[in-house]
Design a protein around this ligand. Structure first.
Ligand code: ADP
Length: 255
């Protein structure tokens, strides 16, 4: 009887410890999977520009007597790929930095901070033949991390520029409603399907991979935007813009 009891007890405690260790390992396994996915995706994104670069450089080697002018296409395409890789690696570094949990540094800003940012956006839009408008409902000061909010707005503005056609219309509204700061960017681009709305904040997710390679996207902008918003204890949502396009709404406490 004693032996049977001991065996039963041993089997139960072994089962319990296996179950508990699996359960406690779950977050570790999930984090490992996430990290593995990230590295795989990043390597995958680097593979294409590297292959193109290798091809172009090999072509240059085959014609050692040619001048740079003769080979301007190869040289400029190689440079374009190097630029792509620089953007990708700086995005990856930014994400990794944010993963370490950078704390926002809050300072008081006035409407002048937004006006300066919008001036630049208006110029960029005009140069691209698009229209930029802004609404600023902000009396007095608001506390925010200047660099982070500028980076966030720039990601949303850049996307609106990238995904609208020649008649692109982009609007950014900033308002302080009771204790909240609300930033809304709207555009008249193609919009985002309900299915894609759930995925666009995932790292490396792009709705139309062929088109985004042309527009130079890596699918990292919105995941960085979400990390910035979360680090400021805020929320970011995507909606349909009326009558057409997308709308991103960021809500955060106006501390
Ligand atoms: P990307 O570098 O590809 O732009 P993002 O993470 O910024 O990466 O965006 C993810 C995807 O969401 C984009 O590839 C694009 O398909 C879609 N998207 C983002 N912003 C817009 C927008 N304003 N209008 C339409 N689609 C958008």
């Amino acid at each position: 009887v004693i032996l049977t009891t001991m065996v039963v007890f041993w089997v139960i405690s072994l089962g319990a410890s296996i179950y508990l260790s699996r359960w406690s390992m779950k977050p570790v396994i999930a984090a490992y999977e996430k990290q593995k996915n990230f590295v795989e995706n990043a390597s995958h994104e680097l593979r294409t520009p590297l292959a193109i670069l290798q091809n172009r450089l090999e072509l240059l080697f085959q014609r050692p007597m040619a001048t740079i002018i003769d080979e301007s296409e190869n040289v400029s395409q190689s440079l374009a790929e190097v630029r792509n890789m620089r953007i990708l690696t700086s995005n990856l570094l930014n994400l990794a930095k944010r993963d370490d949990g950078i704390k926002p540094v809050y300072t008081q800003v006035t409407r002048h901070y937004f006006e300066k940012i919008f001036e630049n956006y208006a110029m960029l839009a005009e140069n691209a033949g698009k229209t930029f408008s802004s609404e600023l409902q902000l009396d007095g000061n608001v506390k925010l991390d200047e660099a982070l909010i500028k980076q966030l707005l720039t990601i949303l503005f850049d996307n609106a520029m990238k995904y609208t056609d020649d008649d692109g219309q982009i609007n950014i509204r900033v308002e302080k409603v009771s204790q909240n700061l609300i930033l809304t960017t709207s555009d008249n681009g193609p919009g985002i399907s309900d299915d894609d709305k759930k995925k666009i904040f995932d790292r490396f997710y792009r709705v139309d991979k062929a088109r985004t390679r042309q527009t130079g996207g890596f699918g990292l902008g919105l995941s960085l935007a979400q990390q910035i918003v979360q680090s400021c204890n805020g929320k970011i949502e995507v909606h349909d813009n009326k009558p057409k396009g997308s709308q991103f709404i960021v809500k955060m406490k106006a501390v």
